[in-house]
Design a protein around this ligand. Structure first.
Ligand code: H79
Length: 438
């Protein structure tokens, strides 16, 4: 008994030692910086769920039994899929990274995995789309993050009885949790071994095992081991986990879902924005992540640009989602919008890429992004005729409307600067004033 206790105790210390001592490698710290510089990414929600056209929660929402849902695998045949076209589309939109679903809550693996038969190689398409997209990203110098769900709606060894979702998929047996965490470690090892450099892993589904009220965790996710494994295989690989709580040791970035950092409109964003980690917020182009044939509530180009600018001003990246169709085509509405956003980025991207936010506090009329001696004032409210700004980190040398020679009249004293906007032509989306400091 004593021996056993010592063993358990040692095991706890060993597992916790990583949690307490995680020191990001120099490559990881550099990757965090580059991630922050890149600002804009494409989220891709694609899988066998796309076949049904009812978005990615269809298995849970319609209580489809595992054996019936498995049939979807035989209909997934995206003959028009073109990795080159997708990555080029992201590039033309001004995006610097792609975050790709490799396995969502429905448990379908989009790559050639040894650890589950429910995978892309058993579809009529029979090609490893993760490999195709990752290879294309490497070719086009696009960073690649892999989304991986912790939650699973089909496996018996997932602790489904304690889960908040996936109760209606017909599972009867409760398998062994250790098998499940081992399975995840095996799959992550494949993803981080067989596909070259992976820039990040994006976890989701943790919240399935937290009590709705008491917030008590029902399982041990083995995160220290999983995070250690990832950083051992690829030290630069950035780990983020959409668990809706404060960052856990071993994570390199913090994400918010459908919320700007500091907001909690969605009800999922309870964690306060971290001052140390890189931040990201993700949002949909309509109201769905996965392809939803009934959803035509498209956000407008100005709305999406405002979201990105607001994210940058709060020091966060913007990860914008598309849910490609089962034939492999990204619908025209999304492509058109991305093209327009790309035109804006080509013109005004210097006020976004490589900047930092939260240097000067967010205002009700807009935000600031800062890069070295340049402050970009993003005025998102065209009704303003003057701006009073506190906290500019230096003495103003010049102040112009971005992309023009038009000077903005200003007055700066010790505590504030006042910009006079009379006669300044407002931009419909974002009037950007470029301040150069001495
Ligand atoms: O992949 C996309 C979504 O499928 C996934 N994350 C994005 C990126 C996602 N699924 N759910 N959520 C995000 C949040 C949903 C939470 C809820 Fe619930 C599900 C609210 C009610 C049901 C959590 C689980 C809270 C109660 C049960």
């Amino acid at each position: 008994m004593k021996k056993l206790l010592i063993c358990i105790f040692t095991a706890i210390i060993v597992t916790n030692s990583y949690a307490q001592t995680y020191v990001p490698s120099p490559a990881n710290l550099e990757a965090r910086k580059q991630f922050q510089d890149s600002k804009f990414g494409l989220f891709i929600h694609w899988g066998v769920f796309s076949v049904m056209g009812h978005a990615e929660w269809v298995m849970n929402n319609e209580n489809i039994p595992v054996k019936d849902y498995t049939k979807l695998m035989h209909f997934f045949n995206p003959t028009q899929f073109d990795a080159h076209a997708w990555v080029s589309m992201a590039k033309n939109a001004g995006m610097k990274y792609i975050t790709l679903i490799t396995r969502h809550h429905d448990g379908f693996s989009m790559w050639d995995t040894k650890y589950s038969d429910f995978n892309i190689m058993n579809t009529p398409y029979h090609k490893d789309v993760v490999k195709m997209i990752v290879d294309e990203c490497h070719k086009q110098d696009m960073k690649i993050f892999l989304y991986y769900s912790l939650l699973d709606w089909r496996r018996d060894d997932y602790s489904w009885k304690t889960g908040r979702t996936g109760q209606g998929t017909g599972r009867i047996k409760q398998g062994d949790w250790i098998d499940y965490t081992g399975f995840m470690e095996n799959q992550l090892t494949e993803l981080l071994t067989n596909y070259g450099k992976i820039d990040g892993i994006w976890f989701d589904g943790y919240w399935d095992q937290t009590g709705p009220k008491d917030k008590i965790l029902k399982v041990d996710w083995h995160l220290p081991e999983i995070y250690e494994l990832i950083h051992k295989l690829q030290p630069q690989c950035l780990i983020g986990n959409n668990h809706h709580i404060a960052p856990i040791t071993g994570e390199d970035f913090q994400m918010f879902e459908k919320d700007l950092p500091g907001q909690n409109k969605s009800g999922f964003s309870e964690g306060k924005p971290s001052a140390e980690l890189s931040l990201e917020t993700c949002e949909t182009m309509n109201n769905s992540w996965g392809f939803n044939i009934k959803d035509s509530k498209y956000k407008s180009v100005p709305q999406l640009i405002h979201y990105m600018v607001n994210a940058a001003g709060r020091n966060a990246n913007f990860l914008l989602n598309v849910g490609p169709q089962p034939n492999g085509v990204i619908q025209q509405e999304f492509r058109d919008t991305l093209q327009e956003v790309g035109k804006w980025m080509a013109k005004y991207g210097a006020s976004i890429y490589g900047t930092r936010g939260n240097v000067i506090p967010v205002q009700d009329w807009g935000v600031f992004t800062v890069k070295e001696k340049t402050v970009f004032v993003h005025l998102l409210d065209a009704s303003k005729s003057s701006l009073i700004i506190e906290g500019i980190p230096g003495k103003i040398k010049s102040c112009v409307l971005m992309g023009t020679n038009q000077k903005i009249v200003y007055d700066q004293n010790k505590s504030q600067a006042i910009l006079n906007l009379k006669g300044v032509r407002m931009n419909d989306i974002d009037t950007i004033i470029q301040i150069t400091l001495k």
